[in-house]
Design a protein around this ligand. Structure first.
Ligand code: 13P
Ligand code: SF4
Length: 350
């Protein structure tokens, strides 16, 4: 059940979800982590859901893994673990609880299931996809292999389990350059993000990188001219971009990194003004922890990430829907590609 009105009506039969200042007060410690971006009156609407979800998590022996693009009510209110794609994948391998609720997009839930198949992995909205994951199929991988015989296929984790299974190794935005550098041949195929591939090509110039033409609908919308205009207007702004942006956008930035890399950079450097060239919830989630940083400039919403709401998470835990399944043979091959990535990235960090 994903549409809001019937979902609300059904949930109201089981839980008291009326906006409540008492519930808001009872969860003030949580609210204090997002008071710069959410009003207390608004929190009074969210707090009953947060209380109900956190109670239900204990009853169902569940943990919530949440991506950095979740809204602050999810990120601060109900998440047990937050992180970028690599961190969430690594954390999924360590989960002891019986149930994982994946607050993120579908490929992330599949990755958790692949890495920890004994667990029930719940997706609060199965429609929460990703333009990159949708851009390639195993047939696309076969086409690239035929075009570049002998070249290994490095696929972004933003892919389906079937595509991971057809790949040699996965990568995320935080380890893509290390993974490509570790390939023992000169030509490397990167799928499906053309911009990540072009950005990695600059970091690993001794490799010939060929790519699939996919892109992220959120990051491809930023332009280098936007950033130049912004700099002219506010020259003291530190610009930080995600590597899914086109290379000319990254060329205008002071730093580029994964979502957690961006959070670490701003936390360590404390620029007076920061522009996060990525999804909008990133600045909202760290705004209260960094009161000395003013977040400025444009951001874009990921329509898929924003499909995950407190209501849907509560319904997911209440009804234990929808469990993500990956066919055993596909999961076994996909696990090899994901585990190879985790191993290579640990070796590179050691
Ligand atoms: P990160 O691995 O940097 O969190 O990126 C995931 C993603 O989907 C960004 O668009
Ligand atoms: Fe996919 Fe882009 Fe959304 Fe990330 S931000 S989930 S890459 S569409």
């Amino acid at each position: 059940m994903t549409s809001t009105a019937p979902l609300r009506a059904e949930l109201a039969r089981h839980y008291d979800l009326t906006p409540s200042l008492a519930a808001a007060e009872a969860t003030r410690a949580i609210y204090d982590r997002m008071s710069r971006v959410i009003s207390f009156a608004d929190w009074a609407r969210h707090a009953p859901y947060v209380l109900a979800i956190n109670r239900l998590k204990a009853e169902r022996d569940a943990v919530v893994l949440a991506h950095n693009y979740m809204t602050p009510d999810i990120y601060h209110g109900i998440a047990d673990v937050v992180g970028d794609s690599l961190q969430l994948a690594i954390e999924a391998t360590k989960v002891k609880a019986q149930v994982i609720v994946q607050c993120g997009v579908h490929f992330m839930a599949e990755t958790s299931k692949i890495l920890n198949p004994a667990k029930t992995v719940l997706m609060p909205d199965m429609e929460a996809g990703c333009s990159l994951a949708e851009s390639i199929t195993p047939a696309g991988i076969a086409e690239m292999r035929a075009r570049y015989p002998g070249a290994p296929v490095v696929s972004y984790v933003n892919t389906t389990a079937e595509v991971k299974a057809a790949s040699d190794v996965c990568c995320t935005s935080s380890n893509a350059a290390q993974i490509v550098a570790a390939m023992p041949v000169d030509t490397v195929i990167m799928t499906p993000d053309q911009y990540l591939a072009q950005n990695v090509a600059k970091q690993v110039p001794w490799k010939r990188i060929v790519w699939w033409e996919g892109s992220c609908i959120v990051h491809e919308r930023f332009t280098a001219q936007d950033l130049r205009d912004f700099r002219e207007f506010q020259p003291d702004t530190t610009i930080i971009a995600h590597p899914e942006c086109p290379p000319d956008v990254l060329a205008e930035a002071d730093f580029a990194g994964s979502t957690s890399g961006i959070i670490d950079y701003v936390t360590r450097n404390r620029p007076a003004k920061a522009m996060l060239v990525t999804e909008c919830s990133m600045a909202s989630n760290i705004s209260d922890a960094l009161p000395d940083v003013e977040f400025v400039g444009p951001c874009n919403m990921c329509p898929y990430m924003k499909m995950i709401t407190l209501e849907k998470v509560l319904w997911s835990l209440h009804s234990m829907t929808t469990p993500v399944e990956v066919e055993a043979e596909v999961a076994a091959r996909a696990r090899i590609a994901v585990e190879r990535m985790i191993d290579l990235s640990r070796k590179a960090a050691a």
